[in-house]
Design a protein around this ligand. Structure first.
Ligand code: AHR
Length: 487
């Protein structure tokens, strides 16, 4: 067993962990919305206004703070007026990005806002810049948030919603360097400023306007955007980064060897460098942290499961995904001075999903359980946390960690990213009065996953964490994620 020492200093606050760092993404893609979250009012699957009850309960359990919708690439071909009013007469369209299937628009603004109300999370709307107009986006904001007499507020009332909704997070386009219009950053920056000018703060609603940010390590995009925006025109800029070692051969979600595993973990760990370097650029233009960095889309992206529609991006989820999630969330916590939101792609049945469904069956993936273990970080202060563990093949740390304090309770999350070596961590906790520790663990063989016949193979359970004075000792089996509570 490998032994490592660790240090936590509760008086060294490194950032505030916005709950939205634990956010999620739901696109009109494959079975995320239709036949996933939304089954329709007439479905035999228990639902409230068409929204699956078991999924809502699962989302509530992890305190899901924010949900991004309707895309993704879909956002820049979505015309919101097609998704309101009588369902039977809603316009149908082709979902050109995702399998060319017919989108019947039965899940639109009202249904999405209802979903967020049922879950108790913030809605995050991604507006259409690529194929939309300034007027269209401006009217969408008016429709959702204006409390008075106006063409859009009247239309909303006609459609059954008297009072406006509160909408904080508004994305102005999605991946406008790619599926959102193939724009140069200079061109997009101008478009961004034009669009955002007409997205108004109505009736006490305060928008948090999010500009399309870079793809992965496109530092020039960040530089150009930061030159062009300021705290009066933008509140956030959104980076997209997927853990994909090779776009041509993504590989199977469940069948992989050790080399594939370590390559993926080191790709996921690149998030740390990305955040550091994008933050450095942002610091030069915005030293007071007025503009937040948002990791709008992140997660593992593998080949689709055999026999499923290639355009639906349906993949299984193993302990490997859990390790990626744990490592990435620890990175976000450590960067929480600049990172204010992050959304895993995607919530249900798509990419690194929290939840998979098949008919009335629903399973929670290993990734779901990581969000469950980490949920107490939400709203806490991130504090200095350093583990002197060795680096693995590819450069990622063997032990990934982060810590926070909220309401006098400390949460420490640890992942042993090695697939075959057990570890013991001895942690000195400074400047914190705690007298007891408890812990929960998620661990299994790296390929282990839940499926519809065996939904509980990967699950969390209580484990030992010993606190003697200021020293905490925790054993971390190979391939494990642990959350320790000290109070
Ligand atoms: O999450 C799947 C797709 O990945 C999104 O639609 C797009 O924004 C990104 O390229």
């Amino acid at each position: 067993m490998k032994k490592f020492s660790m240090l936590i200093n509760a008086s060294d606050v490194t950032g505030h962990i916005n709950p939205e760092i634990y956010g999620h993404f739901s696109e009109h893609l494959g079975r995320c919305i239709y036949n996933g979250i939304y089954v329709g009012e007439d479905s035999p699957i228990p639902n409230v206004n068409g929204i699956r009850t078991d999924i809502v309960e699962a989302f509530k359990n992890i305190k899901l703070p924010v949900l991004r919708w309707p895309g993704g690439c879909f956002a820049d071909e979505y015309h919101w007026k097609d998704g309101i009013g009588n369902k039977q007469s809603r316009k149908k369209m082709v979902n050109t990005n995702w399998g060319g299937v017919t989108e019947d628009n039965s899940f639109g603004t009202h249904e999405f806002m209802e979903l967020c109300e049922q879950v108790g999370c913030q809605p995050y709307i991604a507006g259409n810049v690529g194929s939309g107009t300034v007027q269209e986006l401006s009217e969408w904001v008016e429709y959702m948030t204006f409390d008075g007499v106006s063409p859009m507020a009247d239309l909303r009332k006609e459609n059954g919603r008297e009072k406006p909704w509160k909408l904080k997070y508004l994305g102005i386009g999605n991946e406008n360097w790619g599926c959102g219009g193939s724009m140069r950053p200079e061109y997009y920056a101008d478009e961004y400023k034009r669009y955002q000018t007409f997205c108004k703060n109505y009736s006490g609603n305060q928008l948090f306007r999010i500009a399309c940010g870079p793809s992965s390590a496109d530092y020039n995009w960040t530089e150009v955007m930061m030159k062009n925006i300021n705290k009066y025109t933008a509140n956030g800029i959104a980076l997209h980064f997927y853990a994909i070692p090779d776009w041509n051969t993504k590989g199977s979600a469940t069948k992989f060897d050790n080399a594939d595993y370590y390559k993926l973990i080191s790709t996921a760990n690149f998030m740390d460098e990305l955040l550091t370097r994008h933050t450095e650029i942002m610091n030069r233009y915005d030293p007071n942290n007025d503009i937040g960095l948002i990791v709008d889309e992140w997660g593992c992206w593998f080949d689709v499961e055999e026999g499923t529609n290639p355009g639906f991006l349906y993949q299984q989820n193993t302990m490997r995904d859990a390790i990626v999630a744990a490592l990435t969330l620890n990175i976000f916590n450590r960067h929480s001075k600049r990172v204010v939101m992050a959304n895993l792609a995607q919530a249900v049945n798509v990419l690194q999903a929290l939840i998979l469904t098949e008919g009335e069956k629903m399973i929670k993936t290993p990734t779901y359980h990581v969000f469950d273990l980490y949920k107490e970080h939400q709203g806490g202060d991130a504090i200095y946390c350093y583990c002197g563990s060795e680096k693995m093949e590819g450069g990622a740390p063997m032990i990934s960690s982060s810590a926070s304090v909220k309401d006098g309770v400390m949460t420490i999350t640890l992942a042993n990213c090695s697939i075959d070596e057990e570890a013991e961590v001895e942690c000195d906790i400074c400047n914190f009065k705690g007298s007891e520790a408890s812990a929960r663990i998620l661990t299994n063989e790296v390929h282990a996953h839940n499926d519809f016949d065996a939904p509980n193979v990967v699950h969390t359970e209580a484990c030992d964490a010993k606190l003697v004075g200021n020293t905490l000792k925790v054993k971390l089996p190979a391939c494990s994620v642990v959350s320790v509570t000290v109070k």
